[in-house]
Design a protein around this ligand. Structure first.
Ligand SMILES: [Zn+2]
Length: 298
């Protein structure tokens, strides 16, 4: 069977009017997701939903499934390109849905959906990523030091647990608007779902709550340099990425953090501290943030 025709036939079987389609085939099973073209949420898509949902529904098989080529009927944006690089291998965009009359009745089709609520509920720190607590909403920060103190304390909420899936690297991110008011934060929770880096949690919870992109003129502080996936998500989900200030404390040298779209556009800044302990020594304590950290540890 001609492989191109086969892919087009699968797209034909699965396509739905008004929806973008993404799919991946492994061992006679086709995992697919449909994403409404009317969605106002810039932080998801057919590919993003497929990748995030595979970790949710098939975490034990995800490693093998994601070595296969992904297909989508759409173009591949920065956030998708980054997510594919970080958690999968390769993808093909703009697949056409064509009926070649091929018989694919031996394939099993499995619809993939993604619930952030569920994914975060399964993670030991997930609840802190679901929404900004009332007492922190709009909290005003005056200096960069206060902001660094806040994000480093958030990152410290990630202790090393007893089992593999309790361990998340201590990475956190927080977003302020142009008036210095806290809008959103995210803590890394990627041990089970490899897409849930701190910045992804921040952007997706903000977009879900506000129904729109990150606002113009925002300031984003991240403990570690955003990887390709997170950089793509921040870039694609900002109303105007060129109006954003994106600062990070700790350099990441790995291949997945090099030459990100934020690097290419000159939009993120290393703030010159070589490790988190050194950073903490430089920072002052802010009482209300210590209270928050203490409360969330109980
Ligand atoms: Zn990342």
């Amino acid at each position: 069977m001609d492989p191109e025709k086969r892919v087009q036939q699968i797209a034909y079987i699965l396509q739905k009017e008004g929806y973008a389609l993404a799919f991946v085939e492994d061992h006679g099973r086709v995992y697919y997701s449909l994403f409404s073209k009317d969605s106002l949420d810039p932080s998801s898509s057919a590919i993003v939903q497929l990748l995030q949902g595979l970790f949710g529904q098939f975490v034990d098989n995800s490693f093998f499934i994601l070595r296969r080529r992904l297909y989508t009927t759409e173009e591949i944006s920065a956030k998708e390109e980054g997510m594919i690089r970080v958690v999968a291998k390769r993808a093909r965009s703009k697949v056409k849905a064509v009926n070649h009359g091929l018989n694919l009745s031996d394939l099993e089709f499995i619809k993939i959906e993604f619930s952030r609520q569920q994914a975060l509920a399964e993670n030991h720190l997930g609840v802190f990523n679901l929404s900004l607590p009332e007492n922190l909403r709009g909290l005003a920060f005056k200096t960069d030091q206060e902001r660094w103190d806040f994000v480093t304390q958030l990152a410290e909420l990630n202790p090393r647990g007893l089992i593999l899936h309790d361990y998340d690297r201590p990475v956190a991110a927080a977003l302020w608007n142009s008036r210095g008011e806290l809008l959103s934060y995210g803590i890394n929770s990627s041990s089970r779902n490899k897409t849930l880096h701190a910045e992804i949690n921040l952007v997706q919870s903000f977009c879900a709550a506000s129904g729109g992109p990150l606002p113009e003129g925002g300031t984003l502080f991240v403990t570690h340099k955003p990887c390709r996936m997170c950089a793509g998500m921040i870039y694609d989900c900002s109303a105007n990425p060129f109006s954003m200030q994106i600062k990070y404390l700790i350099e990441e040298k790995g291949r997945l953090s090099r030459n990100t779209i934020l690097d290419q556009k000159g939009l993120n800044y290393f703030c010159g501290v070589s490790n988190i302990d050194m950073a903490k020594k430089l920072l002052r304590n802010v009482d209300q943030l210590s209270d928050f950290t203490a409360a969330t540890r109980q």
